[in-house]
Design a protein around this ligand. Structure first.
Ligand SMILES: *[C@@H]1O[C@H](CO)[C@@H](O)[C@H](O)[C@H]1NC(C)=O
Ligand SMILES: *[C@@H]1O[C@H](CO)[C@@H](O)[C@H](O)[C@H]1NC(C)=O
Ligand SMILES: *[C@@H]1O[C@H](CO)[C@@H](O)[C@H](O)[C@H]1NC(C)=O
Ligand SMILES: *[C@@H]1O[C@H](CO)[C@@H](O)[C@H](O)[C@H]1NC(C)=O
Ligand SMILES: *[C@@H]1O[C@H](CO)[C@@H](O)[C@H](O)[C@H]1NC(C)=O
Ligand SMILES: *[C@@H]1O[C@H](CO)[C@@H](O)[C@H](O)[C@H]1NC(C)=O
Ligand SMILES: *[C@@H]1O[C@H](CO)[C@@H](O)[C@H](O)[C@H]1NC(C)=O
Ligand SMILES: *[C@@H]1O[C@H](CO)[C@@H](O)[C@H](O)[C@H]1NC(C)=O
Ligand SMILES: *[C@@H]1O[C@H](CO)[C@@H](O)[C@H](O)[C@H]1NC(C)=O
Length: 806
């Protein structure tokens, strides 16, 4: 299945899927174009008496509109009132509705990854709503390490979404965020995610989901099945999905071989937290297989984990055309369409993004492969979410939201601030912030970046502030692109060199865009494209003033040459910084904002990709195969920049008050077993190496304060990161893991105290090879890291017999 045509490129921009397996690209384009452009009535509740009356229906006769009943009973009344044909007509993302019952069609598929998006079938931009605020791509926002920001963006996106719903331009169900952990630097969808650390990804998911979903005052509820929702979020793509198309292996055919240890510790962890702590009202299963089984057809991963163990209150949706992929791509178990539909429904899939449920659901019942009640259950999960969203009854507190709440000055300022908070200063050889720079050469293919700044899963932005626009507010700018992104032609490099010879300072903006990294497209190397490296070096060599390199990319690039080049005075990573990205870059270069972002990814050297194939899912190094480990937790080689790296115009130093406890005694019940751990040869093995976390009360906390001093001349926001390292000698465990972080504002020459409280079991445990989560005894190490170096202290875990326990 060659995926090379430009039609494909167009498709990826338009849609979250392409399955050239079945439908030709050309046909798919037609299919997308055929999407109806007006499918939501501007905000009218389904159970509105007038609306129903105009259709000749009496609201008092419709059980599902009876507000004296519970949501459970109303949803049941709705589903019980449908024929089998009507039921299957509601199981696809473009639900047909049931006119007879007053139920309108509903388009389930909308997206809001970093602003209301035009991807999907359920959101429309037109003259009524020409644009929505386009925040930085998630990898940039993640780099702020500011949980408040993550949640605030969710709330603002949700406001714009609710306003668009009132105007009839979108539904209320958004299939965001993407919380797959970045396992491999070549992955094409890095920009959509919060990076490589499962804990950070999980925290992002909780904040963003709560921002999108929660109504003030309804964050918790005794009955989570009726907790009101502002909009519905979705934790996707579950699970172990992180390969697009690498050297001929594509996501539709990929079988991810995953150990139980990696699954629990890394791949499924953010999903568990997204459901348990974010209370997300939806989750999406991914295309790939895990250990041979298509995820959407696996009752253990779906029903058992998500619903029974984690307590999902909501619906499970397939990635688009997943069922078709199971049949035609994976040819799993030689299934027929009907068999596949029965399999995934029994596994727990409620909604099909696609047409398989609609086309084959009835046959599955007639052939006895599923029961009609299985379909009823799926529909009840779906309608319960729409009830909670006020789709049936309205949500008066949001009625006033309208055009004035979309692309407002405040929202666009938040987009600029998010970019400022996330951008990372990687090198600063006494150059930034600029002072006395009156003329500026702004060169490179991203010097006037616009759409490149918003990445994928974007909507139509309110406007763009390109780097050229942003920098022009501070200096007189000469613009020379040097080449385009692919940079296959050196002919314009000379003009860029000339510009830099005549300016007080030079800013070179380079990197990648969605033609090189995106859904469906992985990379094969970590290099800058074409002649970009040459452009940088040649401009830097002749430049009259200082040179700042600004890199726009999500996936990591080996820019070691620039780090070491004395002609390049400063380097900034800007990711894809959203519609106001150019403003944020300029504010940082000219010192209006003091950068404080930190890398959410390990920046490997280029040879990393020669050492491990993208298809290997193993996080730990494999000495027999010569594979290095993945992510900062398991990779011990040389990096260009490590995970968590990031400078500022200030330096921050820490002191730890000596009063914080440096050990904890954990009482063991009489019947509680000590668990063994695998130790390296010759390592010290304590008498009781570990206990099983699930058998332990786990009430003990590790608490400490750290004083953070801003030893600079500029106020700044600073991220304090805390890692734990397990006792020495335990085999094949992580080198360290993030257990917490806080972004704090510290005035120049002042200090502030940051307090951390950790649950000992959660923060010091490890996942053993056999899938048990264990708390090791002995000397753990805590590191408090400022982006450059860290301060460490030991923390001892002792087990003691509990005399009182029976
Ligand atoms: C924009 O689309 C919405 C939803 O389809 C529709 O209600 C509205 O009338 C459209 N606006 C214009 C100006 O076409
Ligand atoms: C920057 O790009 C925008 C949009 O493509 C274009 O309108 C504008 O003229 C460009 N600016 C320069 C200085 O080329
Ligand atoms: C490079 O670009 C220049 C200017 O656009 C063009 O004249 C020239 O033919 C190109 N060279 C090649 C080898 O494509
Ligand atoms: C920093 O600047 C000094 C003085 O110009 C230079 O000697 C040194 O090599 C530069 N360091 C780097 C890493 O570019
Ligand atoms: C996954 O495991 C299966 C069964 O052992 C094997 O056939 C396949 O080659 C493995 N795939 C990868 C990418 O390692
Ligand atoms: C790094 O990991 C490799 C692969 O497991 C191992 O052989 C090597 O000893 C490790 N090096 C260090 C410095 O820990
Ligand atoms: C940080 O360093 C400064 C200057 O060396 C010193 O005065 C201050 O006490 C230190 N503060 C902390 C919190 O360590
Ligand atoms: C604080 O800044 C001063 C002046 O730049 C520097 O000499 C000193 O080493 C810094 N102290 C710390 C603890 O970083
Ligand atoms: C975190 O983000 C919030 C929301 O944008 C912002 O108000 C706050 O200043 C940020 N905190 C820090 C320390 O930068």
């Amino acid at each position: 299945m060659g995926i090379t045509s430009t039609a494909h490129l167009l498709l990826i921009i338009l849609s979250c899927f392409t399955s050239s397996l079945v439908v030709s690209n050309a046909a798919r384009v037609r299919l997308l174009e055929a999407v109806p452009t007006a499918s939501f009535a501007p905000n009218t509740a389904v159970c509105d008496a007038g609306r129903l009356g105009s259709q000749g229906l009496d609201v008092t006769k419709l059980g599902y509109c009876d507000k004296s009943l519970s949501y459970y009973d109303r949803v049941k009344a709705l589903v019980d009132g449908m024929t089998l044909d009507e039921k299957v007509g509601q199981l696809g993302d473009r639900a047909a509705g049931v006119a007879r019952l007053g139920l309108p069609p509903y388009l389930w598929w909308s997206e809001a990854l970093h602003g209301v998006s035009s991807t999907g079938h359920g959101t429309f931009f037109n003259a009524t709503v020409p644009g929505a605020t386009s925040f930085p791509t998630v990898i940039v926002t993640a780099a702020s390490f500011n949980e408040t920001l993550w949640k605030t963006i969710g709330q603002v996106v949700s406001n714009e979404a609710r306003a668009m719903f009132n105007l009839g331009n979108t539904g209320l169900t958004f299939w965001s965020p993407n919380i797959n952990v970045v396992r491999d630097p070549r992955w094409g969808r890095v920009m959509e995610t919060p990076g490589e650390d499962p804990f950070v990804v999980a925290r992002y998911s909780v904040n963003f989901v709560r921002g999108l979903q929660d109504l003030e005052g309804a964050e918790t509820a005794t009955d989570l099945n009726s907790r009101p929702l502002k909009t519905a979020a979705c934790c996707k793509h579950y699970a172990a999905y992180d390969l697009e198309n690498w050297l001929g292996v594509d996501r539709w055919h990929f079988n991810a071989n995953v150990t139980e240890q990696d699954m629990l510790e890394t791949f499924s962890y953010p999903f568990e937290i997204c459901v348990r702590e974010g209370d997300a009202s939806s989750a999406m299963c991914s295309f790939n297989r895990v250990n041979g089984i298509p995820v959407c057809a696996d009752p253990k991963l779906m029903k058992q984990n998500m619903r029974d163990e984690w307590g999902l209150h909501g619906y499970i949706v397939s990635d688009c055309d997943s069922i078709e992929v199971i049949v035609d791509g994976q040819k799993w178990l030689g299934d027929t369409e009907v068999d596949a539909v029965a399999q995934v429904m029994k596994a727990g899939l409620d909604l099909d993004c696609g047409k398989y449920y609609t086309n084959f659901g009835k046959a599955a019942v007639e052939q006895g492969k599923i029961k009609e009640s299985d379909i009823d259950n799926a529909l009840k999960n779906l309608y319960a979410v729409l009830m909670r969203l006020g789709y049936f009854d309205g949500m008066p507190m949001f009625d006033s939201l309208g055009k004035q709440d979309i692309c407002s000055a405040d929202n666009m300022e938040l987009a600029a601030d998010a970019a400022r908070q996330g951008i990372v200063l990687l090198k600063n050889n006494a150059t930034l912030p600029f002072t006395n720079v009156k003329t500026l050469a702004v060169v490179g293919p991203h010097a006037n970046a616009t759409d490149a700044m918003i990445g994928n899963y974007a909507g139509v932005p309110c406007k763009y502030t390109s780097p050229f626009d942003g920098l022009s507010k501070y200096a007189q700018v000469t613009y020379e692109p040097g080449c385009d992104i692919a940079c296959k032609n050196e002919s314009l490099i000379f003009k860029a060199m000339q510009a830099s010879m005549n300016a007080d300072a030079t800013v070179i903006l380079v990197g990648l865009d969605t033609s090189m990294e995106r859904e469906g497209v992985d990379r094969v190397d970590l290099n800058l494209p074409g002649y970009q490296t040459q452009l940088i070096n040649q401009v830097a060599m002749v430049s009259k003033g200082p040179v700042v390199l600004v890199v726009l990319t999500a996936g990591v690039l080996d820019i070691g040459f620039a780090k070491d080049n004395p002609n390049i005075n400063a380097i900034i990573w800007a990711g894809y910084p959203g519609q106001e990205g150019g403003q944020a870059i300029a504010d940082i270069l000219f010192g209006k904002y003091n950068p404080g972002g930190r890398l959410p990814l390990t920046w490997y050297q280029a040879n990393y990709v020669d050492q491990v194939p993208m298809t290997s899912m193993l996080l730990r190094p494999d000495d027999t195969l010569g594979y290095p480990g993945r992510t900062y937790k398991f990779f011990n080689g040389t990096t260009v920049y490590p995970f968590g790296y990031g400078l500022s115009y200030s330096t921050y130093n820490y002191t730890l008050p000596l009063t914080s406890p440096r050990s904890v005694n954990i009482k063991l019940g009489k019947l509680q077993h000590c668990r063994d751990l695998t130790f390296n040869e010759g390592a010290f093995r304590p008498a009781c190496p570990a206990v099983l976390v699930e058998d332990t009360a786990c009430e003990e906390e590790l608490e400490f304060e750290v004083d953070v001093f801003n030893n600079g001349t500029m106020d700044g926001s600073h991220v304090v990161m805390v890692y734990s390292t397990p006792p020495a000698g335990i085999a094949r465990t992580h080198a360290k893991k993030v257990i917490g972080f806080q972004r704090v504002f510290v005035q120049a020459g002042e200090s502030t105290t940051v307090k951390f409280t950790f649950n000992v079991c959660k923060s010091l445990s490890i996942v053993e090879y056999n899938g048990y989560t264990l708390l090791p005894s002995g000397g753990h190490t805590i590191t408090v890291d400022n982006g450059l170096d860290g301060l460490t202290f030991p923390f001892q875990v002792n087990f003691v017999a509990d005399e009182e326990s029976a």
